[in-house]
Design a protein around this ligand. Sequence first.
Ligand SMILES: CC(C)(COP(=O)(O)OP(=O)(O)OC[C@H]1O[C@@H](n2cnc3c(N)ncnc32)[C@H](O)[C@@H]1OP(=O)(O)O)[C@@H](O)C(=O)NCCC(=O)NCCS
Length: 85
Amino acid sequence: MSGWPLEHLWVVPDYMGRGIGRALLQHASGLAAATGVKQLTIDAEPYAEPFYIACGARRIGVIDAPLDGNPSRQRPQMLLATSLD
Ligand SMILES: CC(C)(COP(=O)(O)OP(=O)(O)OC[C@H]1O[C@@H](n2cnc3c(N)ncnc32)[C@H](O)[C@@H]1OP(=O)(O)O)[C@@H](O)C(=O)NCCC(=O)NCCS
C-alpha cells in the first residue's frame, strides 16, 4: 500500500457518536491532500470498519491478528482516497 498510514485515531468513549471521529479523519485526509498524498492507509480495528466505511474508506484486504482468546481475529486493511472531487 502507498500513501500515508493513519495511526491512533481515538475518540474518548463519552464523546463517540457525535461526529468527532469523522471530523478528525477529514482533517487528516485534508492535510494529506494538501501535500499531494492521494490516500490514507488504515490498519483497522475490526469493530472500527463500519466507521471507516461510513467515512468513505474501502477494504482492500485483511491480515491475521490473533489475540489470546480470539485466535481467528483479523484486521481489515483499508484505503481512504484524500481527493475531495
Ligand atoms: C472509531 C471511532 C474513532 C469513531 O469515532 P466517532 O466519533 O464515534 O464516529 P462519528 O460519530 O464521527 O461517526 C462517523 C460515521 O461513522 C458511523 N459509525 C461510527 N461507528 C460506527 C459503528 N460502530 N458501526 C456503524 N457505523 C458507525 C456513524 O454512524 C457515522 O455515520 P453517519 O455520519 O453516516 O451517521 C471511535 O469509535 C473510537 O475512538 N473507537 C475506539 C478506538 C478505535 O477503534 N480507533 C480506530 C483504530 S483503527
